[in-house]
Design a protein around this ligand. Structure first.
Ligand code: ADP
Ligand code: MG
Length: 413
């Protein structure tokens, strides 16, 4: 399909196709002539009986059969891709010479062509090759045009029209094969991606799990030390903050590989957001970012996994803060649609995301940050989907990003 890719499997397929082609080519080529010169004239008034005096005579067969050893040597050298072109161009050249010898300078009406031309056409879907298809169609039509012009004979028109019609059919087949193969490839690619994710996920979850316990004792002892020596060390808050940061990353990692059992309970989304803001407050202040909450309507408690939703909003708000190195305002807007769907919009005034990167956001480990993990958005997306909701991202490069989290109020609907 793609001649640039020389994978052993594709090479094998091409060899199989070309061998089939060779067998059929010589079979049709010989059978057609036997029919034309011996069978038809014997039983009907059609056909020819001047075998093999006219044109190249026996030499026609000599040259056509001499294409075979050339082709076999190309196949043996591991380059079967060229063979179909050698055959096509070789055959056309021999045929043109033969026809010119027969008809040129005579008044015999043109009547020529061999059924192998159809074989060339209908093998282009089998080789799944557009370049070959065009070479065949243009080559055969070109041959008849050339003969028509040189011989000044309009009898070339019927074969030209037939070739064009059959080319159209071959082209449709070719396109169907192409799209079938490319959808197979994309299904395969999807599966591979899923498998890769599953492996990464299991590994991440296992590592995350092992890190969590030592981390919580580390945090406990650091807090204890801080309480014991409140005056001596200004680094304790930073240590605790960094431990919390590792904890967040570990949480993301663990979510990737867990068989997800989400425990839904009624929880207040206002509380979840308030908690999230208390966690991200310090970072926001450090970067001169103010966060405005706009919650015009009272939101009923929603069925959700509170811990996981906290993780989502921490990820999203952290991303928003991190996109605004120059400071600015983040708006958090909640809205209730027909009492059924909850929209939580997080709008920042940061650097935005360019169109190319938007496509990469679902990939694990895709990050544009020096110390990013590239897990936040992916995990958030997964969590929201597990809540039967979705996350929409709209971004304006240089102006900011608007993330909309859509959640159903009740999981039963
Ligand atoms: P990380 O934050 O560790 O890079 P994420 O999955 O949270 O990983 O985000 C992936 C990437 O998406 C970020 O590196 C960034 O390029 C882009 N991104 C996410 N949110 C925003 C945002 N609010 N503004 C600009 N870019 C963003
Ligand atoms: Mg992030």
């Amino acid at each position: 399909m793609n001649e640039g890719i020389r994978s052993p499997k594709l090479l094998f397929e091409e060899k199989k196709a070309i061998k089939l082609f060779l067998w059929l080519f010589y079979f049709f080529f010989v059978t057609f002539d036997i029919f034309w010169y011996f069978v038809l004239p014997k039983y009907t008034s059609y056909g020819k009986n001047d075998f093999p005096e006219s044109g190249l005579g026996y030499w026609l067969y000599f040259w056509v059969f001499s294409l075979l050893p050339i082709s076999i040597s190309f196949i043996k050298k591991g380059n079967p891709y060229l063979v179909k072109y050698i055959f096509l161009l070789g055959y056309l050249l021999i045929d043109i010479i033969d026809n010119l010898l027969i008809y040129f300078g005579t008044s015999i009406p043109f009547a020529s062509g061999n059924i192998v031309e159809l074989l060339f056409l209908f093998f282009s879907p089998i080789f799944v090759n557009k370049k070959y298809f065009w070479t065949v169609s243009i080559g055969i039509v070109g041959k008849y045009l050339l003969l028509g012009i040189v011989l000044q004979d309009a009898n070339v028109l019927p074969p030209i029209i037939i070739t064009i019609i059959l080319s159209a059919i071959a082209f449709i087949l070719l396109i169907r094969f192409y799209s079938y193969i490319s959808s197979l490839t994309s299904v395969h690619e999807e599966l591979r991606q899923k498998e890769k994710l599953a492996v990464i996920g299991r590994m991440a979850a296992a590592i995350g799990h092992e890190i969590r316990n030592p981390l919580s004792s580390l945090k406990g002892f650091t807090q204890l030390q801080q309480e014991r020596n409140p005056s001596t060390n200004e680094f304790y808050p930073i240590m605790i903050q960094e431990i919390d940061r590792i904890n967040l990353i570990v949480n993301d990692l663990m979510y990737l590989g867990k068989p997800r059992v989400t425990e839904f309970e009624k929880a207040s989304i206002e509380k979840v957001i308030a908690y999230t803001l208390s966690i991200t407050q310090q970072q926001a202040e450090r970067q001169g970012v103010t966060i405005e909450k706009m919650m015009p309507v009272a939101i009923p408690p929603i069925e959700c996994d509170e811990k996981q939703l906290k993780q989502v909003f921490i990820n999203l708000i952290k991303n928003a803060i991190e996109s605004m190195s120059e400071g600015g305002t983040i708006k958090i807007i909640t809205d209730l649609l027909q009492g059924q769907k909850l929209h939580i919009i997080i709008q920042d005034e940061g650097i935005g995301i360019d169109d190319e990167n938007i496509l990469n956001l679902g990939e694990p480990f895709f990050t544009t940050k020096k110390d990013g993990t590239g897990l936040g958005l992916m995990v958030s997306n997964q969590i929201i989907r597990d809540h039967n909701g979705e996350i929409n991202i709209e971004s304006n490069l240089g102006k900011g990003t608007k993330i909309t989290v859509k959640l159903p109020i009740s999981q039963k609907s």
